[in-house]
Ligand binder design. Structure first.
Ligand SMILES: [Zn+2]
Length: 186
């Protein structure tokens, strides 16, 4: 029986690099993986995901209206990857879970656990609740401890407490911290 996987991390923990490497491994075995990414993330152009080390692959964009069962109905599918999976909604996580048993293919989701306020994203909440396998990808706080939190920084480098959950465009800066240094002032 195939499983739903959630690879969660902070920003800049190598999620996309990990996804691209894993997709390549499936292709090397002669399989046909399908990759989705959030339409919301247009840093590198639509229908493409690019890792920080410069690797780039094509992907199908999803938004809040995407029905994964319908979108994949007529596709050859041996394995499904979803990048930016924190942007999934509850219904879509249910659809991905259904794909693991109705199509009997593994579904590998990659995403952030929490937002810059320390709150769960909707997609991450249900993936953490329902995934068969959880795997944390590690990144490091300046203090040397594992980083678990994403801070959004203002122009002076201070952690921001207010704002929309999603702000990818433009000059928004983020840094990752352990929980202690996320909640400590400064
Ligand atoms: Zn720290």
């Amino acid at each position: 029986m195939s499983k739903l996987y959630f690879y969660y991390a902070t920003m800049n923990a190598g999620k996309t690099t990990n996804l691209i490497q894993s997709k390549y491994n499936y292709e090397e075995q002669g399989m046909s993986p399908v990759v989705f990414t959030a339409a919301i993330d247009t840093r590198f152009g639509m229908n493409k995901i690019t890792s920080r080390v410069g690797l780039s692959i094509d992907a199908i964009s999803f938004d809040e209206d995407t029905n994964f069962l319908d979108a994949l109905a007529s596709m050859q599918l041996d394995c499904l990857f979803v990048d930016e999976a924190q942007f999934l909604n509850k219904r879509q996580v249910q659809e991905l879970l259904k794909i693991t048993y109705s199509r009997d293919v593994p579904v590998l989701c990659y995403g952030l656990r929490s937002d810059f306020k320390g709150e769960l994203f909707e997609g991450s909440k249900y993936l953490l609740a329902w995934a068969d396998k959880l795997q944390e990808l590690k990144s490091i706080c300046f203090c040397g401890k594992k980083a678990t939190m994403n801070a959004r920084l203002d122009k002076k480098g201070n952690k921001m407490k207010e704002g929309d959950q999603i702000a990818i465009e433009g000059a928004t800066k983020y840094n990752v911290f352990c929980a202690k240094h996320f909640f400590v002032k400064g």
